[in-house]
Ligand binder design. Structure first.
Ligand SMILES: [Zn+2]
Ligand SMILES: [Zn+2]
Length: 561
């Protein structure tokens, strides 16, 4: 997050007829993608996603892009274009809309459907939506937009071509070039070529896999590994994958039907997203294959499949709770098979291996990326990027979406095919396109914006450092069971503390305040366990701080039963 260009100062005034590109997130990390384009005093934003915190950022729920550089000009925003429905592209939208509620939102049918359900969760009202599809051309102020189909690990992803008086910009969004995708919707290289013929002045390309040689393996290539799991498993199968990976779920549904099994979804986002995807026709659900996950247990184990969230080892996810034996209705039986059909996002390794170890300890057979071909990436590898550069022949290239090593590797690929003007920058470094030439114009403030519960941007890097130090003093876990019908606390709080010499009974006086806080949150309309956990966290956190002058890490667990 630190600026790699200490020598740069604020950008000078944008020359007339020029286009400014302001990366507000996603350049220097995989996540929180957001880019603002400025032309003739007006702004266009492409994507508004979140970054998930790592172990060194205790207590942080999410990290947002930093749009402080355009905060006082949000009225000039003509539209927010969302290239696809992944969290690292849409997840921060509710936070942006809190600052200006009526920004027109532009995206494909599935992208907008996923976004709408997110806005509902944040209790934000419906805003102006423009549903677009590949081939559509639509102007917002001085920005003339054209949408191009791209293939990615979620259906209905789009690249966007942006025409202004300064020239033609093509932003790929996230993409790969699977030639045999499950839905037959390939990246439209013919459109890329046509735009190239017209003359692409600036090409922003997905850098995630620029270091990976060759071509990303086709999704269909993982079918045999899935097939083998279904053929050999004598008992229940539990599959964990991203809750947005509609095609991966489709493969599992198809295998389940073929092998006479029924499927239940576990995890809120999985249930919600797959319902949206099947209602809109992106997921084809064979008749009667889906049953309620709780009712699935009535079938013999060899007829059960569970599709679950938690493939990244997220501590609160369904799979983590299954792995540590605390899930409310799924218990691993000896001989069950768990299939982790997902990538391993850097930073999540420890958490994922913890989950795998928990599962094998309980007697499960775990099939994962490390021992079978059960996942392929959603991003173009170096070979595909080279193809794109040769097809588009852009005048200038600006690598996006990746850590600095990915961005630099992507820039090298562009140079390798003879493109001379490559501008490789990180968040906050402003690039101007003037008379067909892209160059760095200065920098704007662009840090990490941390979300902790309901507070946005209140936590600073130095406070996080405090938390890391205090975290070494110990942590407290609080487990509360809430009756799913009445919403009242039915058991607990059970409080465990580690790493600090707490007395026996030290927590007796805070038990009732925790119960009161949860009951009060329910009475005030809190609906999900996350909000209740925050209530628990706040109550015990304040008490520990006031009475013991300590700020240990607090892990609240609210279980609905
Ligand atoms: Zn994506
Ligand atoms: Zn992405």
């Amino acid at each position: 997050m630190s600026h790699p260009h200490p020598e740069l100062s604020a950008p000078t005034e944008l020359p007339e007829g020029a286009l400014r590109v302001i990366p507000l997130g996603g350049l220097g990390e995989v996540g929180r993608n957001m880019t603002a384009f400025e032309y003739a005093g007006r702004l266009l934003i492409v994507d508004c996603g979140v970054l998930f915190p790592e172990d060194q950022q205790p207590g942080v729920d999410l990290i947002l892009p930093d749009w402080s550089a355009i905060r006082d000009r949000l009225d000039a925003v003509e539209a927010l274009v969302l290239t696809h429905g992944h969290e690292d592209h849409i997840g921060a939208t509710p936070y942006l809309l809190r600052e200006r509620a009526d920004i027109p939102l532009v995206g494909s049918k599935l992208t907008l459907a996923l976004l709408r359900s997110k806005l509902r969760e944040h209790r934000l009202r419906e805003t102006v939506h423009h549903e677009v599809k590949e081939g559509d051309r639509l102007a917002f102020g001085p920005f003339d937009l054209e949408f191009v189909a791209v293939n990615h690990s979620i259906p209905d992803a789009l690249a966007v071509a942006i025409r202004t008086g300064a020239g033609l910009v093509l932003h790929t969004g996230d993409f790969k070039m699977d030639q045999l995708p499950l839905d037959g919707r390939i990246t439209d290289l013919r459109a890329f070529a046509r735009l190239g013929e017209e003359g692409v002045d600036l090409f922003l390309t997905d850098s995630t896999n620029a270091e990976v040689p060759g071509f990303t393996t086709a999704e269909k290539k993982i079918t045999p590994a899935i097939e083998q799991v279904f053929r050999e498993s004598q008992q229940r199968i539990i599959v964990a994958c991203f809750a947005s990976h509609v095609h991966r779920v489709q493969q599992i549904l198809d295998a389940a039907v073929k092998h006479g099994r029924k499927v239940g979804y576990v995890g809120r986002s999985m249930v919600r997203n797959m319902q949206i995807a099947s209602e809109l026709g992106y997921l084809h659900v064979p008749e009667e294959v889906i049953v309620d996950a709780k009712e699935l247990a009535d079938l013999p184990p060899e007829r059960q499949v569970l599709i679950s969230t938690g493939s990244q080892g997220e501590p609160m996810s369904a799979l983590s709770r299954i792995a540590n034996g605390t899930h409310n209705f799924v218990q691993i039986e000896h001989g069950d098979t768990v299939l982790l059909a997902s990538s391993l996002i850097p930073g999540n390794e420890n958490a994922v291996y913890r989950v795998i170890n928990g599962l094998v300890r309980l007697g499960a057979n775990v099939v994962h990326k490390g021992n079978a071909l059960v996942h392929v990436s959603g991003h173009a590898s170096a070979g595909e990027l080279l193809y794109c550069y040769n097809i588009v022949r852009p005048r200038n290239v600006m690598p996006v979406h990746g850590e600095i090593r990915h961005l630099l590797a992507n820039g090298d690929l562009a140079r390798a095919v003879g493109i001379e003007r490559v501008v490789t920058v990180e968040d906050g470094v402003v690039v101007d396109l003037v008379d067909g030439v892209a160059r760095v114009a200065g920098k704007v403030e662009c840090g990490y914006v941390f979300v902790d519960g309901t507070s946005v941007g209140d936590i600073t890097e130095s406070e996080l450092k405090d938390r890391r130090i205090l975290g070494e003093e110990g942590f407290i876990s609080v487990i509360v069971v809430v009756d799913s019908v009445s919403g009242k606390v039915s058991a607990g709080p059970e409080i465990h503390a580690r790493g600090h010499a707490w007395d026996e009974g030290a927590f007796d006086e805070v038990r009732q305040p925790i119960v009161d806080a949860v009951n009060r949150a329910v009475a005030e309309g809190a609906t999900d366990t996350y909000q209740l956990q925050q209530a628990v966290r706040r109550t015990i956190g304040r008490w520990v701080s006031d009475t013991h002058r300590r700020r240990p890490m607090i892990i609240p667990v609210v279980i609905e039963a």
